[in-house]
Ligand binder design. Sequence first.
Ligand code: ADP
Ligand code: MG
Length: 258
Amino acid sequence: MMLEKIDETLLTLRNISFSYKMRKGDKLPVFDNLSLSIMFAEFVGIAGPSGCGKSTLLRIMAGLLKPDSGEVYFRGKPLHSPDPRISMVFQNPTLLPWYTVIKNVMLGLINEKELTDKEKEERARTFLDMMGLIGFENAYPAELSGGMKQRVAIARALVSHPDLLLMDEPFSNLDQLTAITLRRELENLWLNQILPISSMVLVSHDIEELVEICDKVIVLTARPSRIAGVVKIDLKRPRSRRSQEFYEYVDKIYTLLS
Ligand SMILES: Nc1ncnc2c1ncn2[C@@H]1O[C@H](COP(=O)(O)OP(=O)(O)O)[C@@H](O)[C@H]1O
Ligand SMILES: [Mg+2]
């Protein structure tokens, strides 16, 4: 990959505890002493019951939320705030409606002060091309389908060449065919090392999706969330959903979830 391997771990959460503070001083405990690592060049899936804290976990990994205790390390250094080398894709694409597609993607380069507008536009065009959106540069989000909007959001997340891409159920609001296509394309870009990222984290409630594309799947328990298990997926790619081994992995994860 394009990254120097300082150490094998890209992101580490160590003994993280986190509660949401509610009105009247009540607390909603989400994590209690959670530890996990994302390695360089690893595609990690996260599964867990609804409301267990998957989205919260991604926000902690992105430096958007601070844990009450415990440490987050990114490339060997404590992470205290959002880092431009970490990008996030949400369930609902958050595009600016009054910006064109290409301008929305260029927003991903807002921290790259040394690039000229022309260079930013060229970079954005490269990623629009990768996401199959050439011809839509000057369209507005309202003119696009849900799948196309999500493609724009992914292009915007990638355009800054992040080390880590965090994706929170990015396919779950798309129709099934669009979801399958987009997931395959992303997997192929990843496998062929066309994406300028080292590691990806994908939150999904679709266990088969996780077994199909991830190197390992972290399964969380209900709140306050602990690690129910980490399942390393040792299957050759591309993976057939019809094989016996595939189902054994799916079963293993369902067992951990129940
Ligand atoms: N901003 C917030 N303030 C208070 N509680 C929240 C907030 N965001 C999420 N929660 C609660 O925290 C728990 C974990 O939420 P979340 O991380 O969204 O779970 P998941 O993504 O696994 O469904 C849920 O019980 C949710 O209702
Ligand atoms: Mg969520």
